[in-house]
Design a protein around this ligand. Sequence first.
Ligand code: SF4
Ligand code: SF4
Length: 379
Amino acid sequence: MKRRTFMRCIGCGAVATAVAQTELLPEFLGGMQNACAFDYSENLASVEARYYKKLDGGGVECQICPRHCMVTDLERGYCGTRENRDGTYYTLVYGKACALNIDPIEKKPLYHFHPGTTALSVATAGCNCNCKFCQNWDISQSRPEQTKNFDLSPDDMVEICRTRSVPNIAYTYSEPVIFYEYMYDTAKRAHEAGIKSVMITGGYIDDKPLAELLPHLDAVKVDLKGIREAYYRDVVGAKLQPVLDRLVQIRRAGVWLELVYLVVPTLNDSDAEFTDLARWIKANLGTDVPVHFSKFHPQYLLKNLPATPLATLERAYDVSRAEGLEYVYVGNVPGHRTESTFCPGCGEVVIERKGYRVRGINIDGNACRSCSRTIPGIF
Ligand code: SF4
Ligand code: SF4
């Protein structure tokens, strides 16, 4: 789709807020795709990748994420989005969006980052993990030729934000690490235009590409999926330690960080795990990092398990608070008492939420209006 045509389309479309699927693009366009001659592009990008090493014999070693895929000619890495062509490594998804929505920032979830604002949320096909609970598996586990993609440049995204008064861009839904170059260029361009960028990620990325990216990001939400290596190996298909290292790196860089822990019945829901998780966070990140305990719904490869009982989520909450974490939330349970932010000093509600809606903000700058205690975040 030509940029001008696309901009005309979204100019007349309504906004969708559902979870990303390939079908959401026409929803985002307000069902106007026919009137606007909407034309999905199934072609792939050919933009040279960053962070790879050429090997003797024509192979390459990708250095974006801890997998360090060794890729021979005409083959792809694990994520299926990067291809070796005659010794040069290419990303196939640069500028090839397969999902686009305008979401509340609370949906990411980011609770201490410009509450009540929205984020233009974008994804491409592919992921460098294979979580058995993935809710967006239809795009995360697809190759880019299996999704409906359309051309959307970094400039296009900035233009959408400008015309629709959206202050943030979120790289989300699948795993933005695998569209690193696209995210990087967009975040850089967005900053030049005064638009903020947030990365919603599993944190499975190498330290150098992350270090280069962080100055262009304003917030990061990491899904810390468990606190046991065995869980990462068996359920995520990855390793835990690199994720823990990246969390420390993000925190040290001073970029706003929030964590989500998806509580999966029988797999990562013991008191011992909740305790170890809270203690690790306290020791390595501090007690003021928001932690969201999120409700699991049976899907993808874990349809055999029940949804997380509320009592389990509240147990995770209680254990974490008892260990000293100050900003703990129960997620995916609309109306739950913990979805608002309470001042740890005086106990007053400082950010009142109902579902994804912010109903009131009782802070001045970063100070609680009741007791002046500093509430961490970017407000
Ligand atoms: S980004 Fe993709 S190709 Fe590169 S190391 Fe990770 S999984 Fe492999
Ligand atoms: S890292 Fe995220 S997108 Fe990738 S498989 Fe896991 S849950 Fe899905």
